[in-house]
Design a protein around this ligand. Structure first.
Ligand code: NAD
Ligand code: ZN
Length: 243
């Protein structure tokens, strides 16, 4: 028996499965990970932590939108990969499935997964700075439109957690409740270093869940995982989903 065979057996017997994904799950779609160069990006002479910061909303919302439209444009040609589709297949077979993603690219949703909680927001959504109403944006609608809230007339901003901002209300709680009740908790394509998302695997483990990591490289979480699969997510998840 190998770990994948064991895991498939456990999946057949499980009613509650949760997944935490990070930038690695979208790497095979051509979306750069942080360490793959995403963090060293400089745009118009500014490091992206600066332009993607909370203070930009008040200081220069037009510039913030220009940057996010540029990022949306560079994502336009990216499509979900076999990892996104395999997770969607796992969801269809599990009674209680929750996917928490740190990615903002919307690729899990485009692959058909329904229970997606994007804890860092979604680049294809806008939020009113006044009444907080959310508006979907088609991934290929670039530049974004409209710019004003149709409910209260105030400006719209990208619905993404910017540097210096807290997580949206309630999403961490949804993740931690899912982690608490999980029988299997997957950590896929994340270094699991960004808090509070990184607390979720620990919560799952403390509540008796099987902790499974899928990552071609070791991470800080590897020593506490029950199963660590050293593979690209897109290479192994279709096999796992076939349980
Ligand atoms: P990270 O870049 O720090 O880590 C990526 C991890 O994925 C690494 O551990 C790497 O070994 C692994 N990996 C690389 N290729 C993989 C593959 N094919 N299959 C499985 N794993 C693979 O990213 P992170 O942990 O998600 O955290 C950084 C932050 O970056 C998050 O807050 C996230 O919001 C943001 N981010 C998002 C995107 C996106 O939306 N796609 C892209 C870059 C960064
Ligand atoms: Zn509004």
């Amino acid at each position: 028996m190998n770990s994948v065979t064991d895991l498939k057996e456990r999946l057949r017997d499980s009613k509650c499965v949760s997944v935490l994904t990070g930038a690695g799950v979208s790497a095979e779609s051509g979306v750069p990970t942080f360490r793959g160069g995403g963090d060293s990006l400089v745009w118009k002479g500014m490091p992206f932590e600066k332009v993607s910061s909370a203070e930009m909303v008040a200081k220069d919302l037009d510039l913030l939108w220009e940057w996010f439209d540029y990022r949306r444009d560079s994502l336009k040609s990216c499509v979900p990969n076999s990892a996104h589709y395999a997770l969607s297949k796992i969801e269809s077979k599990i009674v209680n499935f929750t996917l928490i993603t740190q990615n903002i690219d919307g690729l899990h949703q485009r692959a058909g997964t329904k229970a997606v909680y994007d804890i860092h927001g979604n680049i294809n959504r806008m939020r009113c700075i006044g009444c907080e109403e959310l508006f979907d944006l088609a991934f290929d609608a670039i530049p974004h439109s409209p710019t004003m809230c149709e409910k209260c007339g105030q400006k719209l901003r990208p619905d993404v957690v910017l540097f210096g901002e807290a997580l949206p209300n309630g999403v961490f709680e949804i993740g931690s409740e899912a982690a608490e009740r999980s029988e299997i908790f997957f950590v896929i394509g994340t270094t699991a270093l960004v808090y509070p998302a990184a607390m979720l695997p620990e919560i799952a483990r403390q509540n008796g869940s099987l902790l499974v990591e899928i990552n071609p490289e070791e991470t800080a979480l590897t020593p506490v995982c029950d199963i660590s699969i050293r593979s690209k997510a897109g290479a192994i998840l279709p096999e796992i989903a076939d349980f």
